[in-house]
Write a protein that binds this ligand. Sequence first.
Ligand code: EPZ
Length: 420
Amino acid sequence: MDKLVIEGGVKLKGEVVISGAKNSVLPILAATLLTDDACIIKSVPNLRDTNTMFKILRSLGKVVEYDGGVVTVTSGKSINYIADYKLVSTMRASICVLGPLLGRLKKAKVSLPGGCIIGDRPVDLHIKGIRALGADVHIESGYVVAGAKKLKGGHMYLGGVYGSSVLATDNVMMAAVLASGKTVIESAACEPEVADLAEFLIKMGAKIKGHGTPIIEIDGVKHLHGATHTIIPDRIEAGTMMLASLITDGDILVKNVCFRHLGALIDKLEESGAAIIKTDNSLRVRKRKQLRGVTITTLPYPGFETDMQAQMMSLMSVVPGTSLFTGRIYPDRFMHVAELRRMGAQIQREGPHAIVEGEKYLSGAPVMASDLRASACLVLAGLAARGKTSISRIYHLERGYENIEEKLQNLGARVWREKE
Ligand code: EPZ
């Protein structure tokens, strides 16, 4: 296994181009199961997770070619309705093949995703939603088994104790597009990636309204055809690069971004003292004045992204003042705290809260990545720290950040890979 080594203290400057959104690509790739026609998806990042989804589609009978950021999905022999454990257990997002398999074949058997370090990842809302379309669903030997003679549109409320569910909304949408009649999803997830999936489904011939809002209406159709689609930019990669500029007191132009996908983060960074200048589809990010601590509560979109909480905690660890973090989506998503403490961060945990007292500096140390966004948080801390930081288990990082070493090196960072 490799580890990433960072010699901190360089002010990052220059330009970085953001890749396509991982959390948009994965459900859109799953949606290609809804047709035998060819689908062409552009701006697909080369990630561990996207390659896992290619393998899952191939195991289900699809032919998947990937070249230069473009994926072409066509049909091989018949589609298999079973997504097996060994692939699904490596990536929770694989659950999003449940909806299209059910929509297309009226049956699906998808392994329950493995556990997840960021917190409990139930699928009760996925099951509630597809049951509302008339499917029989039960759990059997670690699989979600679903079937229906026919699917009919239903009216459902899909909010859970932690708010709306991104992939449950995706799964219900992908089953409902081929159901007969109208489906209304209340408390649908509003994330840009859900809206991007809906846009792809509409290009395939689906009839969807309200995507990006809490009420999505779908009129089922008989057939969906192939389509070509370009994935939206990855707002979490963009946010991570924005923080890389601020934590190193740098000056970075982040290109290929969609401002309105970053509203909560931009608001908080400006409150803290950042200067964020918007031009075309780029953001120039640097400090306007000495940054100060802020209060962060993670909420469903358009609230502050849970996937940016760990990265923001790195920044607040080296900003004067006190910051309060509250996790309303994953209350235990604090695996990165222990590692930041090894670098000198002053963080106190209390249930879903973490209180950060900013320090003058962090010191480089050997640390361990525990999940995708925690590994990004440690990269940011390493860029700012005095001395050398080595981050082990960086396969977590490779799940969601395309060519991150190269992108950081081009901004002046002293970062390289070593064998563990
Ligand atoms: C998506 O996961 C993202 N993954 C996650 O990003 C992201 O953190 C999450 O949404 C929240 O924004 C992808 O899109 C591939 P949820 P998802 O269902 O859909 C609870 C990353 O780093 N819940 O929106 O699985 C759940 O426990 C990843 O890129 C239920 O209670 O998340 C959580 O508390 C990590 N019942 C809340 O809802 C359910 O049936 C939101 O989860 C489903 C979820």
